[in-house]
Design a protein around this ligand. Structure first.
Ligand code: GLU
Length: 476
């Protein structure tokens, strides 16, 4: 018997879901899966849903649930219904297990854990794959002593093969005898993960299952439940599957903490990445539209489809993310950036001044940390702390030159960068010096560092009094 997964005919509305297990934060791979599901649904005018797969009570935490929901929200991914919690639905999952049992698509297995361990031990010894051998598949349950605990196992097809037409992996075929009769309901009456996923996807009306390709094998285990329920009730169509390749590190190995496989909040908080930059970066990680790098959310909704998803793993590259981030920083509204940067600087930050300074602060920055570092001089208190290099610029005749600059600028009435530049240039010429010879000690005196925005912008941003006071404080 050969069976093929089919496109659910007659279903006009696309429904996708993101189904994270809240055992950790929303990491980069999960965020990308969420993004692709969201984009696919939005592109097709469908719905997208969030399901928290919290059935592993020991490993699921409220902290992780909050981080996932917050991370999705920060990325700008919204859902068409409140999140569904898998753990709330155990009764419904069990109901389906019993329906499968009653219709003969599943059976009770009375094998004890010790017996199953002995079975595996023997398989190991004979170098056979470790699989349940179907010992209760055709046995009369009446043979089990009264009151013996049992699990419910799915009666999966033993012959033939199953083919999935995956929208990313293309045609994938697995022999049915490779899928054992696995447990769908445990002896304590709780559903297994494999059953829960299928029942929830059906009940949520999910038409397209888009997830990491580490779940491709699961699709071959999940389809027999879907097919059996379809035989019993009808209206349990196969979903369309799209298993997307995992993300690898820049060295080609599977992404791990070592490569920066952190929660999205780490990119927000520690790396100072804007959500639209991460959105764009995750989109480009495994999906392409020609060689376009910069794609806005709106364009992404217009352009995204599964055809553009590549089959080979993509490599995570923090430099590319930062380059995109630099682009979005330059595009971003200055008042918004000022608020984000102020939060990094703390109480000393002056929001209005930050906003005014933002056009010059953000030009070369690749992340919010760099903007905050670049802005620090604005709020520094006299006497300014000097970096070692800045102090060196004031050695020699640096302080003597500063005195001349200070005196000259004190007479300047037009405190604009154009006028200040003209005055400083004139002084440089008079002294027979290059502009740099003046600008370097000025920068040191005004900012305490050797890198800053253009020196005349710095003078203007600090304002006449503060700028002159800083120059005077370092002048000989
Ligand atoms: N909960 C699974 C995970 O976080 C996803 C299950 C699925 O998408 O079917 O890996």
């Amino acid at each position: 018997m050969a069976s093929e997964s089919s496109n659910p005919g007659g279903q006009s509305e696309v429904v996708t879901r993101f189904a994270p297990s809240p055992t950790g934060f929303l990491h980069i791979g999960g965020a990308r899966t969420a993004l692709f599901n969201w984009l696919f649904a939005r592109h097709h005018g469908g719905r997208t849903l969030l399901r928290i797969e919290d059935t592993d009570r020991k490993r699921s935490t409220q902290e992780a649930i909050d981080a996932i929901i917050e991370g999705l929200d920060w990325l700008g991914l919204d859902y068409d219904a409140p999140p569904l919690f898998q753990s709330d639905r155990a009764e419904r999952h069990a109901e389906v297990a019993w329906a499968l049992l009653n219709a003969g698509h599943a059976y009770k297995c009375f094998a004890t854990p010790e017996e199953l361990e002995a079975m595996r031990e023997e398989q190991r010894a004979n170098k056979k794959p470790l699989r349940y051998d179907g010992r209760w598949r055709d046995r009369d349950p009446a043979e089990a002593p009264e009151g013996t605990p049992f699990t419910i196992r799915l009666k999966t097809p033993n012959e033939g093969e199953t083919t999935i037409h995956d929208r990313v992996q293309d045609v994938v075929t697995v022999k049915n005898d490779e899928i054992d009769d696995y447990i769908i309901l445990r002896a304590d009456g709780t559903p297994t993960y494999m059953l829960a996923v299928v029942v929830d996807d059906h009940d949520m009306g999910v038409t397209h299952v888009i997830r990491g390709d580490d779940h491709l094998n699961n699709a071959f285990r999940q389809l027999p439940i879907i097919r059996a329920m379809n035989a019993i009730e009808g209206n349990w169509p196969d979903p369309v599957y799209a298993h997307i390749p995992l993300i690898h590190g820049s060295d080609g190995a599977k992404l791990s903490k070592r490569h920066g496989a952190l929660g999205v909040e780490a990119y927000r908080d520690e790396f100072g990445i804007l959500p639209e930059a991460l959105f764009n970066y995750l989109l480009r990680l495994g999906w392409g539209h020609g060689d376009r790098e910069e794609i806005t959310k709106q364009e992404a909704v217009e352009l995204f489809d599964l055809d553009g998803v590549g089959k080979s793993p993509s490599r995570f590259d923090i430099k590319k993310l930062e380059n995109l981030n630099g682009h979005y920083l330059r595009e971003a509204d200055d008042a918004r950036l000022a608020a984000l940067v102020a939060a990094r600087i703390g109480e000393t930050a002056d929001l209005a001044l930050l906003e005014k300074a933002m056009p010059v602060l953000k030009v070369r920055a690749k992340n919010l940390n760099e903007v905050a570092e670049g802005a620090a001089f604005l709020f520094a208190k006299r006497p300014l702390e000097m970096t070692e290099k800045a102090a060196q610029l004031l050695d020699g005749d640096g302080r003597t030159i500063l005195r001349k600059i200070c005196d000259r600028l004190a007479g300047e009435n037009d405190w604009t960068s154009e006028a200040l530049e003209a005055t400083t240039k004139a002084l440089a010429e008079e002294q027979g010096l290059g502009l740099g010879k003046l600008a370097q000690p000025m920068r040191a005196a005004l900012t305490g560092t050797t890198t800053s925005p253009g020196i005349f912008d710095v003078l203007v941003l600090l304002g006449r009094d503060e700028a002159l006071a800083r120059l005077d404080a370092q002048a000989a």
